[in-house]
Design a protein around this ligand. Structure first.
Ligand code: ADE
Length: 252
């Protein structure tokens, strides 16, 4: 196995590059790839930047140039469901592009000429990731996040959810907008800007993949305010600890 680890922003995979053994830096397509070993797993870390095109390009390079066999995307998302709270982790079972609309040629959300609206994640990889996330929340949350921040973001009751994540080239910061999306896609749990693009690339190239998103905001008018502080103080330690546990599970 060679595991590609993608995040949009530096903070969403902070510490992983530093934790790599035998790191080798490569640059391609305006991105920096670090190849090395993470907890006995052969891995390649890269930042995609934001948006579906950036994510699709990054996933393609990981597979075609750096020969990864599996991909994990780790980052943050806005909640699209009343049961999914800030500080929870969503592991995707499937991903959908919520801004794909080629009607009347194809049904809304269908990626033209694939016949698919939803791209499923790899069951084994997602199950391991969800297990790693649950173990982290149960055993380690209090060790890696200070009490003041656990309280501020109400992380005491953080949970892991599995289900549908939707991606689009929009940072959603309107309660009306997210409510409309939820009405159109009733099982939607979270919204972000990259996962479904990685999903389409992995589907087309036959590469198993999964996506983990820590909920940073409620995709409403306060979303942008919550976002940056949350990413720095909470998302970084979450991603590091969960990826560590995932690698340990995959290596064991
Ligand atoms: N990533 C984190 N929060 C988000 C939001 N509200 N919309 C889109 N992507 C996000």
């Amino acid at each position: 196995m060679r595991l590609g680890i993608i995040s949009a922003l530096h903070e969403e995979q902070q510490g992983l590059v530093e934790a790599m053994q035998g790191p080798q830096k490569r640059s391609h397509g305006m991105r920096d790839f670090t190849l090395g070993t993470l907890w006995n797993i052969d891995a390649v870390c890269v930042l995609s930047r934001l948006g579906k095109v950036a994510a699709a390009m990054t996933a393609s390079i990981l597979v075609e140039k750096y020969a990864v066999t599996h991909i994990v995307f780790t980052g943050v998302a806005g909640s699209a469901d009343p049961h999914v709270n800030v500080g929870d982790i969503v592991v995707a079972e499937a991903l959908l592009q919520h801004d794909m609309d080629a009607r009347p040629l194809f049904p809304r959300f269908e990626v033209p000429l694939t016949g698919l609206q939803r791209f499923a994640t790899d069951l084994e990889l997602s199950t391991q990731l969800a297990g790693a996330a649950k173990d982290f929340l149960r055993d380690e949350l209090a060790k890696v996040i200070q009490a003041s921040e656990r309280q501020e973001f109400a992380l005491q009751h953080a949970q892991v959810h599995r289900g549908l994540i939707a991606s689009g080239d929009q940072f959603i910061s309107s309660a009306m907008h997210v409510k409309q999306l939820k009405a159109d896609i009733p099982d939607l749990l979270a919204v972000e800007m990259e996962g479904a693009a990685v999903a389409q690339v992995c589907f087309e190239l036959g590469v198993p993949f999964t996506v983990m998103r820590t909920i940073s905001d409620n995709a409403n008018e306060e979303a942008a305010v919550d976002f940056m502080r949350f990413v720095q103080t909470v998302a970084s330690p979450y991603a590091f600890a969960v990826i560590q546990r995932l690698c340990q599970r995959l290596a064991g």
